[in-house]
Each structure stands twice: as structure tokens, then as C-alpha cells.
Design a protein around this ligand. Sequence first.
Ligand SMILES: [Zn+2]
Length: 289
Amino acid sequence: MLTKDIAICIRAVDFSETSQIVTFFTRASGKVSVIAKGSKRPKSTFDGPIEVLSFGKIVFSNSTKEKLATLTEFQQQPGFTNLPRDLFTLNCGLFAAELVNHLTNDYDPHPELFDSFLQFLQSIHEARGIPASAGTGLPLRRQGDEGRKALSLLILFQLTLLREIGLMPILNACANCKTRYEIRGTRDPRFRGDRLAPAEAGGRETKDEANWSEVYFGSSANGLICKDCEPSFPDKIRLTKNAAACLANLRQIAESQEKTLNEIERLLVSHFTELLGHRPRMAKHILKS
Ligand SMILES: [Zn+2]
């Protein structure tokens, strides 16, 4: 039986002189591994060797879902192959592909995750491709801003991935005692200055505030951990206020400083290492020590 779909290549290894084994993340069927016979021949029907992050329409045959499927067509979408030429944004894409490969199961469809993945790849492509302005009166694009932008998009995609596979961390409360995490003075202007008098705020809120004078993240708890609970979680990592505020309000991530984004990414790498049982291979290309 032939199956048609759209797909992003998330892994490709050589099988022989002329063939590859390719893992695609497809929209309707989820992760599918295929043999691409003759893909490395100069005049292959797949437009040459298939590279990770290439995207297009595929047709594959698979009768049993147990054996390797056979790729019969792959029409790569023009302009989408060799996506980001900048090394860091390319590495962000490859890291995302590695995580999708390890955290999804064969023939387990996640169409919304597929759409987010495609959107992420297009966005990092665009973030890289915008030239510095000339004669428009706008300041030249700050060097390195493409990297910061790509990292912010990677973080948001990683959280989307966790949500789509049912492992979204708890980021608005303590994952252990459920005390809500509120950031006074930043989230709501009504909480600024004198108006946050203890009498007005009430005893319970003051206690909550004390709980959050230090904010931690625990992989085993799958979320934020308050100061009261942190002694019970040996694997916890302490967060800066900025990183904690970003995680509690993801809309802040796009505008965050690179330093905060690096801190969040380090945390996510540590979390993915726990989830996978090994450190993701691409992590070392993303983290700045
Ligand atoms: Zn707690």
C-alpha cells in the first residue's frame, strides 16, 4: 500500500554506496523510517542524497509497519533544502530534529507538532535571512541577534514538543506543593510599590512570596520548585529571577537577553538528558559554556 504525506527528514544514514536509511517525521503518520534506494546516485529520483531538515511530499510503501518502509517518491520543496546556512541556526534545526526523533514513536502521528516543527524551521530561516537595513534610518541589525532569535525559537519549540508528547513541565506553580508562582511587580502593575502592603496582600500571599524568594527547576518533579520544597529534590537547578519569569510567562522569551536564554537552554538540555537517559548529541553545539 502506498502512503502519501508531507514530511521533514529528521535522520539520514548511509545504507550502502548508493542508498540511505532515512527517518521522516510525517504529518499524518508520525515518525517513519524508510529505505531510499539509489538516493545517493547523481540522477536519483529523490533529487540527490536526502539531508536532515529537507522537507517535501513523500510517497512510501509499507504493508506491515514493522519492516522498514520503502521510499518511492520524495519531492523536495525548492528553497527549503539546505535551509539555514548560518552554522548556529543550522545546529538549532538539527537539535530540534534529534529531539523529535528521540521523543516520538513510530507511526504515532502528531500533526500539530509537525506544523510547529515546520513553522520553527521556517522562522529560523527567516531570522537569518533578513539583511541589515540600508538607508531606511533603522539601526543595523545587531550582530549576533540572529543567534539570539534562533535560540529563543528553539526554546519555544522544545516546550511545544514537551507539551505535544504530554510532558509539559509545570511552570506557573510549584510542581510539588502547587503554590502559584506570581512575580510581583512585573506581571501586574497593581502589585507595584506600596500597594503590596502585607495587610492588603494577606498572610497567605506573603507566605507564598517567601516560598518564591528562590526559584528552582526539578526534572524529577517536572516543573518549578519553591524554596520550601527544594530540599526534597536533589536534582533541582536554581534559576535566576529573569529565567524563572520567562518560564512562567513564555511571551517574554522572544525579547529576552541572550544570557537568560542560555540559562534556560542549559536547563532544558539537562531536562532532556534526564528524559532521554543520555545527553542529546547536538547540545554541545548549542550551549555556550
Ligand atoms: Zn513547593
